[in-house]
Design a protein around this ligand. Structure first.
Ligand SMILES: NC(=O)c1ccc[n+]([C@@H]2O[C@H](COP(=O)([O-])OP(=O)(O)OC[C@H]3O[C@@H](n4cnc5c(N)ncnc54)[C@H](OP(=O)(O)O)[C@@H]3O)[C@@H](O)[C@H]2O)c1
Length: 365
């Protein structure tokens, strides 16, 4: 049998999703090489401390060492042979797959450099695709950029939307429950939990960011709504999405502990909203809605006996209203968070880009 062609992949970020993805790649790559003739070959893995790089591909031993080191809470920079990240600038080459698994704008310069060198780019990080249009536009409508995991984790949300456009359908509106964390909160409030208890539980279960306001602000949902809008072809600015946070402005400028101590005073507000919804056979859900003109994300009362009302846990629900799917929208629904499903969404993008660049890899041997 011919030797499989190497697919060089560089990972920026090796947190929850990054670690899981490396393990998934170790699990599937030899079977995939046997089937497709393409061997996924991590050549670089970076976190904030540095990068472990080997142009011929990191060995399984090196990859296992990264996983062990990160699992113990140590950084890549502490491993033998690790280098400063500057080396990244030299490794970006035509056909290298650059995978952004951070949650920061700081990766923008390296992504832009990757684009210049015709690297394939895979994003789990929403920030580059949800930046101001002037900055983000280079990430859209390019066959060598994929960002499936930015909305709905591993669910086929972006690919479904692209399929609708490619087949000539006209998308008129997109609605969705796009946050597992806020979904959990809504379901808890619906069950009769106090808002403050639901936030505290979500925080201690690790469902929220260390500062729960990062989720409660609605900004993460607004970014996802913007990514959907832009994928639909609507070149909206972040300011076109109206965001209703799940806490008042007055609790913005304080520390996390003070915030957590202050929120019991919001319990009566959400209790009243929940009671009002229940009196009309409705439930509260944190919903995003976008059209070509703009969007809105916020708490909305929805019929209890609808698919929205049936959502539980990290369940996401995305409805595409189009010229063809007019009376009943096309729906994608399922778990929209979690390292395993998110990593699988990223892996799917990597595999597609590897196929895209196949001829290049085969020529290099
Ligand atoms: N978890 C989910 O369910 C889910 C679902 C959908 C999408 N996502 C997205 O997937 C991404 C990763 O999520 P996660 O849960 O894995 O996050 P995480 O655990 O916080 O990991 C982030 C990683 O990025 C690294 N990083 C941050 N800034 C960096 C920089 N400037 N250069 C190099 N590395 C940098 C961090 O390095 P250090 O460890 O050195 O700080 C860390 O390894 C996020 O954008 C998230 O929104 C996650």
């Amino acid at each position: 049998m011919n030797k499989a062609a190497q697919v060089p992949v560089v990972f920026i970020g090796v947190g929850n999703v990054g670690r899981t993805l490396l393990r998934q790649i170790l699990d599937v790559r030899s079977a995939m090489a046997g089937k497709t003739g393409l061997l996924l070959s991590p050549v670089g893995v970076a976190d904030t401390s540095g990068i472990l790089y080997n142009a011929d591909g990191l060995t399984d031993r090196q990859l296992q060492a990264i996983l062990r080191t990160r699992f113990r809470g140590n950084k890549v920079g502490s491993l033998p042979g690790a280098q400063r990240k500057r080396v990244l600038d030299d490794v970006l080459d035509d056909g290298v797959l650059l995978v952004d698994l951070t949650a920061t704008e700081e990766s923008m310069p390296i992504l832009e450099l990757g684009l210049k060198h015709r690297c394939g780019i895979v994003l789990a990080n929403k920030k580059p695709v949800a930046a101001k249009w002037e900055i983000a536009k280079s990430f859209f409508d390019s066959p060598i950029i994929r960002y499936e995991a930015t909305v709905g984790a591993g669910l086929p949300v972006i690919s479904t939307l692209k399929y609708l456009r490619e087949t000539g359908d006209r998308v008129t509106a997109i609605e969705g429950c796009l946050s597992g964390t806020l979904g959990y909160l809504c379901a808890e409030i619906e069950r009769g939990s106090a808002y403050s208890a639901a936030v505290r539980d979500a925080k201690s279960l690790g469902y929220t960011e260390p500062d729960p306001r990062d989720d409660l602000s609605g900004q993460d949902v607004a970014r996802k709504a913007l990514i959907l809008a832009r994928t639909a072809g609507w070149q909206l600015e972040p300011s076109a999405i109206d965001v209703e946070p799940m806490y008042p402005e007055s609790l913005s400028g304080i520390g996390v502990e003070e915030f957590m101590n202050s929120i019991p005073r919001l319990d009566s507000v959400y209790e009243a909203e929940n009671k009002q919804a229940q009196s009309k056979e409705q439930v509260l859900r944190y919903i995003a809605r976008v059209t070509p003109k703009g969007g809105k994300v916020g708490l909305t009362a929805m019929p209890r006996d609808s698919a929205w009302g049936a959502l539980r846990g990290s369940g996401n629900y995305i409805a595409f209203h189009t010229a063809r799917y007019d009376a009943i929208p096309l729906v994608v629904s399922g778990p929209g968070a979690g390292a395993e499903v998110t990593a699988a969404g990223v892996l799917g993008d990597i595999i597609q880009l590897a196929e895209y660049f196949r001829v290049k890899y085969e020529k290099r041997g």
